[in-house]
Design a protein around this ligand. Sequence first.
Ligand code: HAM
Length: 424
Amino acid sequence: MDITAPRGTNDILPDEVGLWQHVEELVRNAAERAGYREIRTPIFEHTELFERGVGEATDIVEKEMYTFTDRGDRSITLRPEGTAPVVRALVERGLASMSQPAKVYYLGPMFRYERPQAGRYRQFHQFGLEVIGAPSPAADAEVIAVPLEVFRSLGIQDVIVNINSIGCPACRPAYRKLLQETYRPVLGKLCPSCVSRYDRNPLRLLDCKSEACRRALPEPPMILDILCPECRSHFDEVRRLLDGLNVEYAINPRLVRGLDYYTRTTFEYNVGGIGSQDAIGGGGRYDGLVEEVGGPPTPAVGVACGLERCVLAMRAMTGGEEYDAPIDIYFVALGEAAREKAFELAFDMRSCGISADFDMLDRGMKAQMRYAGKAGSRFVAIIGDNELAVESVMLKRMATGDQELVRQSEVAERILEARGGAAK
Ligand code: HAM
């Protein structure tokens, strides 16, 4: 039998987990500093949520969802993104009675049946921020700026921020018409999915990935030129706020994004050095989504970033430092009685908040010392017959090689002292 991981999935092994935990901690810190609170929604939802929320004429809904019928004959989908589930959860749990704006963040796996390549997976992780109930351009500027802090603290440099506005239900119909007029003459040269979206959602044609379409499609008209006065002033204000924060950005009139819920602001972050999948995050305003999933009309804006791509960018730029969590103390035991004592002492240490481990394979001294070294143990406590007889251990500080006999009852105190007294 040859069972391997499904295509497009990754195992994050213990050696890499330290780096992931470091990234997650920086994300949490940045989000919480900005007043966001964590939300955790289910990994699967009713398929209809994404059909309605993300949009039926999107790649995600048409081709990429992991959808199955459960034993109760319901259509279920592994979440391809986090925004629709967050909105569903808040609406269902009484958004109307919550103080607004509701500011939430999330971290977790998402699932899309895409063609895997470097930086593109079928199970990947996102962190996201959502501000629900704030029409103000300050909310847009905040969700654009907070991830930039995370990138900075991760050492990811030269992030390009692309921004655009795709208007609102008042100004978009005119733009759709203009797009259809521009594209009508080349309809015969377009891929089947563009042809089918031409009527349903011509904006989708702007970000078609097919080479043939890219060549055939003429320059699109500029949506920024036909924004209604409200959308125009919203966009100008977002820009003014970003300027005030010294956030550099490029205006990219083709940036429509792959999800249908957006209104007004859309944005994406791109970095070099990680291959063709260079978007490390993106988001925008989605003033119609809350209503779409059954809530009251509520303006909202948010962002999500791909953690695998952040880790790739970080490694490309910093070489990927080690973020291992070494243990405090490893008990090296020689003989049956010493092994029993080591077992007992390791548990004593743990109850004092000290990370401790011991040999489980009855190995010799050398092998135990090697294991302790690899685990990055700060101290090793050696227990043989001599130490047992005087209720002590030979405590060795690995960084310096210094060692001394310490009473078993005083080991925890020594370790805590060496750590500056702080329990982990
Ligand atoms: P999205 O642009 O589809 O937006 O995804 C956000 C980020 O997730 C992408 O920029 C990328 O870094 C990462 N990502 C997407 N697909 C993959 C994949 N197959 N493999 C690896 N990474 C991937 C959203 O999901 C929206 N929910 C963002 C949002 C939040 N809009 C408003 N609020």
